[in-house]
Design a protein around this ligand. Structure first.
Ligand SMILES: Cc1cc2nc3c(=O)[nH]c(=O)nc-3n(C[C@H](O)[C@H](O)[C@H](O)COP(=O)(O)OP(=O)(O)OC[C@H]3O[C@@H](n4cnc5c(N)ncnc54)[C@H](O)[C@@H]3O)c2cc1C
Length: 462
């Protein structure tokens, strides 16, 4: 099935974007349009958006949406463009609303442990500011240095620390959102607890820019752990490592990080970084614990994995721990040296990780597509990474076929299409299969209620 673009979507007027040209922040500069046309998903759009509005204030966003609503012009919200599902990709007939210039940290309250930020602030910048108060912001995508909080909220992003602290949803207390017609909605609250009304925060978090544009967020911060302990372990193969990770979950231990990497990914990291992980095994597991009892929890982890591991290395210092964590963080940049990388994010029940890894190896063998795998093992969230040639789009065959096979593998194992990157454009054709008729109809009704003309990021997510 071909990917649908906005011009195929009823209700939106493709080609009418010039009506937004009167916006003071509008540009139709070719370089600006090219820079805002896609994300890091590996998707190459066939056309460029008509223009870009570089928002600097809430008023800029309100004005953009009022105009777009009045003229039925499709609008694509954009944060830092690091998304992996084509969610921020834009085509002819659409205008991009770029939020990256709204990048101020408005307040940090060290007593309430909250931060109020604009959407274009980078994830790592929030953490750097929180660190000054002995606090941290838990959702830590591997893209922390380059992705925006607005994009994190729109995708409900995850990361390594989510093993213990949950995904973005667990760290957002309130939002300020510009709706499709330009009205401003406040969701959630500034307090840690509160249950008045429906949970509109949860509705907007993960809605991929299809229900409104996030212009401000109140984030929950947490105390920095007093102590962390780190262990790396090597295994003969990734299926065995998957069984070891499942053993940790089954032992009811709560690591703050639990990551897996397969042999081909270790080779790519070694090649890029001059390390020698692959010599030590065919798969790598990284576990970290934190808090006052971190060392005791790590003892339990070491016990749980010992029947499977060929060797384990407990970090003796903060520097050694950082080197082990770095090996995992280096995985994506190492693969990006090999070609255009498309990072999948299926999730499966945590006791089925080994089956999922075996299934991915079968898909690679059957389609001839190179697949490298890492995983946030504590969440059952795998990142199968397809590497194609730099000029190829992930929507070209056979990569596209491999994507479909991965989704069906996740379904067979009782899992899901996307654990943290979102559906975007790339996974939309499989959404109906996962949601089922009633759930999809309810979701489409919510979309129609909030965005009756269908101007917000059309042909994405649901
Ligand atoms: C090297 C690398 C590693 C990554 N690692 C991880 C990881 O570990 N975990 C993870 O979850 N993701 C990861 N990602 C994916 C990506 O960084 C996240 O999805 C991130 O949340 C996207 O943020 P962004 O600012 O780049 O958003 P964009 O790519 O600009 O947009 C993503 C989606 O959010 C919408 N959007 C953006 N801003 C707003 C807003 N203010 N209001 C409404 N909608 C908005 C867009 O329309 C789009 O649908 C990684 C990406 C890369 C390149």
């Amino acid at each position: 099935m071909p990917i649908k673009t906005p011009s195929d979507t009823p209700g939106v007027t493709a080609g009418a974007a010039t009506s937004l040209a009167g916006h003071p922040r509008y540009t139709s500069d070719a370089d600006a349009r090219a820079a805002a046309a896609t994300d890091r998903s590996g998707y190459i759009p066939p056309t460029l958006p008509d223009g870009v509005i570089r928002a600097r204030s809430v008023d800029d966003v309100v004005e953009a949406l009022r105009l777009a609503h009045a003229h039925a012009i499709p609008v694509v919200p954009r944060g830092a463009g690091t998304g992996l599902a084509g969610g921020a990709s834009a085509h002819a007939g659409e205008v991009v609303v770029d939020l990256s210039g709204m990048n101020r940290i408005l307040a940090i309250d060290p007593v309430e442990m909250t931060a109020v930020v604009e959407p274009g602030v980078l994830n790592a910048e929030v953490n750097a500011a929180a660190a000054e108060y002995g606090l941290f912001y838990a959702p830590d995508p591997a893209s922390t240095a380059i992705c925006s909080i607005g994009g994190n909220i729109a995708t409900n992003a995850g990361g390594m620390w989510c093993a213990k602290y949950g995904v973005t949803r667990e760290s957002v207390l309130g939002l300020r959102v510009v709706l499709a017609d330009g009205r401003i909605l406040r969701t959630g609250r500034a307090t840690i607890k509160g249950v008045t009304g429906y949970d509109l925060n949860a509705l907007f978090i993960g809605s991929e820019g299809t229900l409104g544009v996030v212009v401000e967020a109140t984030l929950r911060l947490r105390p920095r752990p007093v102590r962390t302990e780190t262990v790396a372990a090597y295994f003969p193969d990734i299926e065995t490592a998957g069984r070891a990770a499942s053993a940790i979950t089954a032992a009811r231990i709560q690591p703050s990080i639990l990551e897996l990497m397969d042999g081909p990914t270790l080779e790519a990291v070694d090649e890029a970084e001059g390390t020698c992980h692959r010599e030590l095994g065919g798969a790598f597991l990284l576990a970290q614990t934190d808090g006052y009892g971190a060392h005791l929890e790590l003892d339990e982890i070491a016990r749980a994995i010992s029947p499977y591991a060929t060797s384990t290395h407990r970090a003796a210092s903060a520097e050694e721990a950082e080197a082990l964590v770095k090996a995992r963080r280096d995985a994506i940049p190492a693969l990006e040296r090999l070609g255009r990388v498309s990072i999948g994010d299926i999730a499966v029940p945590r006791n089925r990780l080994a089956e999922a890894f075996a299934g991915l190896e079968d898909i690679s063998a059957q389609t001839g597509v190179r697949i490298f795998s890492v995983a946030h093992a504590a969440d059952g969230n795998l990142h199968p990474m397809i590497v194609v040639e730099p000029h190829e789009s992930i929507t070209d065959r056979p990569a596209k076929a491999a994507l479909g096979d991965m989704f069906h593998l996740a379904q067979r194992l009782g899992g899901t299409l996307t654990g943290e990157h979102g559906v975007g454009l790339l996974k939309r054709e499989w959404v109906g299969e996962e949601l089922g008729e009633t759930s999809r109809a309810v979701q489409q009704a919510i979309k129609a209620a909030l965005d009756p003309s269908g101007i917000l990021n059309p042909a994405k997510a649901i």
